[in-house]
Ligand binder design. Sequence first.
Ligand SMILES: Nc1ncnc2c1ncn2[C@@H]1O[C@H](COP(=O)(O)OP(=O)(O)OP(=O)(O)O)[C@@H](O)[C@H]1O
Length: 179
Amino acid sequence: MAEPIRKNPPITLTPEQNSVYEAVIQGHNIFFTGSAGTGKSLILSKIIGVLPPDNTFITASTGLAACNIKGTTIHSFAGMGLGESSLEECVKLASRPAYRTQWRQCKHLIIDEISILSSAWKRCFTKCIVLKEVHRQADQHFINILNEIRTGRMNDSETKKRKLILVGSATVQLKIASQ
Ligand SMILES: Nc1ncnc2c1ncn2[C@@H]1O[C@H](COP(=O)(O)OP(=O)(O)OP(=O)(O)O)[C@@H](O)[C@H]1O
């Protein structure tokens, strides 16, 4: 007889992760971020799972990021090209029937990888949460490297250690390549 398929137990959010989830439930416009492995994707999937699909639009700033969350690009959602025209022209483009319907329907707009977009979005959120606790790996040195890559602040005195790590493990190289 075939073995029954065992499902992994659902992952419980930590208090800092839960603060993001709760803020969304409470209706905040929220920006959340954090270094690699802090659980951003996990939280996002929980949020997507709980918001009503008929009025929630899942988008990202790039096609690749959009694919990862089974969404569309923000540009495709908004219907105003790259949004580089005048305000008047953008409103006109977004008012075309297909886009007007989406905008009217939309009560929750998720934008992944939002930092890539121009900074106007920063005025839109009422809460910002930076996740600190890393769950993917316990190697603090490696975590520091990932954080430095993420913020673009490379520390010269750390370079030698970094090289040792990069040469030492193919897994690490792959992980760095994907950040
Ligand atoms: N509360 C938790 N309990 C157990 N495992 C967790 C928890 N949060 C996250 N993880 C695990 O840690 C790993 C990293 O999580 P996730 O991919 O969501 O992080 P991320 O911040 O999106 O990372 P990246 O920025 O690299 O994409 C995953 O394997 C995830 O299942």
